[in-house]
Ligand binder design. Structure first.
Ligand SMILES: Cc1cc2nc3c(=O)[nH]c(=O)nc-3n(C[C@H](O)[C@H](O)[C@H](O)COP(=O)(O)O)c2cc1C
Length: 323
């Protein structure tokens, strides 16, 4: 039986155990997206005991910025700082990938240079032209290349929590009638193009996709759709699926309070793919994290807020489970 303590090999990448520090925005970058000492310190404190660290969402273009002090990956001059950040984690022997994101219509008007863009027009949101969607694929690819140049072990494409790629996937937010909207097949086209092109450019590096698996809305995406989508993502070159919420976000009120609140979704997705799956949601206890690996629900467990509260959570969890 596999446990939380067991290593996992994903192509050439070896994770020492099944604990994941999920991406969590710290707002510790500079106002132009650069890595700071404070940001490095935040990750240095949490680098031990993890199987994998996923660095917080970094914006791929100025129009996709969510917050003022958000980490950026949209320009080449950011690479030296990102390199230092990757080394900070690697020094502790822990693999690290960085999450790349475009906030789409959720971008804060104050933090982007023009009106936020999305798949469909909305209040204070401009609809992306077909040509612009293709340009954004290139932006994601460039961000992926920068992550590799900075020495990260790979990238996670953010396709959850109601940000741009999730907005294209969900029928709640995508009302387009061009090649990127309408039926399921068209709504997954933009995310799949991003995955395929990033895959082509990052070579053997590890590619993760954070999948907004469930909108928790009868009119939105549901797990039956996301099982099909996950299969397509794996075929397009994703190495690990990181399952979270869709338009409902990462911490939906109706699920909060329960340990492992997105584990059922992750477990369902795991049945439809042959690649490792990360599960998340309100996990606090090492025993719970271990249980969902041991019972085969998920391959990896992300523990977010508990690790923000206690930077030594992972080290303590390993110690506790070994005894
Ligand atoms: C402060 C904070 C910032 C977050 N930032 C991100 C982010 O940058 N990217 C992302 O995919 N999820 C983000 N999340 C969601 C977490 O990765 C995680 O899925 C969520 O907190 C649920 O896990 P937990 O209950 O273990 O914290 C954030 C969550 C918190 C609390």
């Amino acid at each position: 039986m596999v446990s939380l303590l067991d290593p996992l090999k994903v192509n050439d990448l070896v994770l020492d155990n099944r604990i994941v520090l999920p991406p969590m925005q710290t707002q510790k970058a500079t106002e132009d997206g650069k890595v700071t000492d404070e940001l490095k310190e935040h990750y240095a404190k949490r680098s031990e005991g993890q199987g994998l660290i996923i660095i917080e969402h970094s914006y791929i273009s100025p129009g996709g910025r969510l917050a003022k002090k958000q980490l950026g990956i949209h320009r080449d001059d950011l690479i030296p700082g990102l390199k230092e950040l990757a080394s900070t984690v690697h020094e502790k022997g822990t693999p690290a990938v960085v999450q790349i994101n475009h906030a789409g219509k959720t971008a804060n008007r104050e933090n982007v240079d023009s009106i936020p863009v999305g798949p469909s027009p909305d209040e204070n949101v401009r609809k992306l032209k077909t040509r612009e969607v293709k340009e954004l694929v290139t932006r994601f690819v460039k961000a992926g290349e920068r992550a590799v140049k900075a020495g990260f072990d790979g990238v996670e494409i953010h396709g959850a929590h109601g940000f741009l790629l999730n907005q294209f996937y969900s029928p709640l937010t995508n009302k387009r009638i061009d090649e990127y909207g309408g039926i399921f097949e068209k709504r997954i086209k933009f995310p799949l193009e991003v995955v395929e092109e990033v895959r082509n450019k990052i070579g053997e590096k590890t590619l993760l996709y954070r999948l907004g698996s469930d909108d928790l809305d009868p009119e939105g995406t549901q797990i039956k759709h996301s099982k099909k989508f996950a299969k397509r993502l794996a075929e397009a070159g994703v190495d690990i699926i990181d399952v979270s919420g869709g338009i409902c976000g990462s911490r939906p009120e109706k699920l909060e309070g329960e340990q492992g609140y997105f584990i059922p979704q992750a477990s369902e997705i795991r049945k439809s793919v042959d690649i490792p799956v990360i599960g998340v949601g309100g996990i606090k206890s090492p025993e719970f994290a271990n249980k969902v690996v041991e019972n085969g629900s998920v391959d990896l467990v992300a523990v977010g807020r508990a690790q923000l509260a206690d930077p030594e959570w992972a080290v303590k969890a390993l110690r506790k489970l070994k005894n």
